[in-house]
Structure formats: structure tokens, C-alpha cells
Design a protein around this ligand. Sequence first.
Ligand code: E4P
Length: 217
Amino acid sequence: MKFFVDSADLEQISELNDIGLVDGVTTNPSIIAKSGRDFKEVIAEICKLVEGPVSAEVTATEAGKMVDEGRELRKIAGNVCVKLPLTMDGLKACSILSREGTPTNVTLCFSPNQALLAAKCGATFISPFIGRLDDITLDGLQLIEDIRLIYDNYGFETEILAASIRSVNHVKECALVGADVMTAPPGVIKNLANHPLTDKGLAAFLKDWEKTGQTIL
Ligand code: E4P
């Protein structure tokens, strides 16, 4: 499973990247607004930092303008992935950009049929938002399972990018049902390493090691 960081925070992305946990980055207009940074500038910096795809989202709502914005965003760096909303215009832009060889991430997916459309339009990634479905008491994980089955039924190559991940349990569940990628805020990714028995066990090992009076170096 690939790990993308859902953030525009250079420091946090860099910290996880140094550990070897960053296969790519996702942003959206809300994340960019929260960063307080210039959109193109921050995307350029993230693209330099990480090797994998960095999703940058268009803000136009009409297909032609989305394509123009996508082409503009692609000028920033070779690893920019153009993020498009799951609307008919977004799908049309996805088809055009995909045919040009531009990597695309179709976002705001909330149903299996929407995911089917994105795959048919050649999307590189489909982003089902599981947390936002859970928020309204629907089953986000079921959506990932349904898309997995549909894509496997027909051999679609579009990668399932589980998004709107809010907890470590979401990560485990997405891995169990075969999401290709998950994108999560840095805090959730860091929490994946935490276990009270690991902390307890390590404290006991170190205490016993101290008694030996030995050092490794
Ligand atoms: C993914 O690409 C989105 O940016 C993100 O996962 C949305 O998450 P949220 O529902 O927590 O805002």
C-alpha cells in the first residue's frame, strides 16, 4: 500500500519522507488555504522534496478551463498530478488530460458509480472520501470494498486512493480491503507506530540492558 501525506506542511512532509514513509502528497484548496502559502510556490517546494506524485487541484468548474489549469499546474514540476472534482466537467477534463499523458486524481468520490466513471475516463487515481461518509453515518469502508470489486471485475488500472482518512483504524481497514494508496494527515501516519506494549516492552529491555553494564558502540 502506498502512503501519501494529505498536507502542504513542508516540515511534516519532510520528517515523514526522511523516515521513508512518503510515496506521494495530496493537497486540496482547503489545505492550501490553511497553509497560508502561495499555491504554485508551495506545490513546487513539495515536488522538489518528494519523488512521487503531488496532487494539485484545479479550481475551475468548466471542463475547458480545468484543462487549462491542469496544463498550467503541470508546468510546475514533472511529478504534479492534476486533481479534478468528480463532476461531468471534471470527468471530461480527466479524459482530455489523461490522453495527453497527464497523471490525474479524481476527487470527491462518494459512490461506486462515480468511481466507475473516473476509471472509464482514464483517471490515474480515484479518491473515495471515507471519513466524510462516516461523518454522515454511511459506511466509508464499504465504498472502498465496492470499488475494489468493480475495478477488479473489469481490470481497470485506476488506483484506489483512500482519502479523508481520520484514524489509524481507517488505515488498517483500507489495507485489509486492498486500497492501492491511502492519504492521511501527518498525525495519523505518525500514530501508526504507537502501541503501549511496544513502549512498555522497550522500557523493560532498556532497564535490563543497563544492568549488564555493556554498550554496543
Ligand atoms: C484527499 O485528497 C483530501 O484532501 C482529504 O483526504 C480530505 O480529507 P478530509 O475529509 O479530512 O478533509
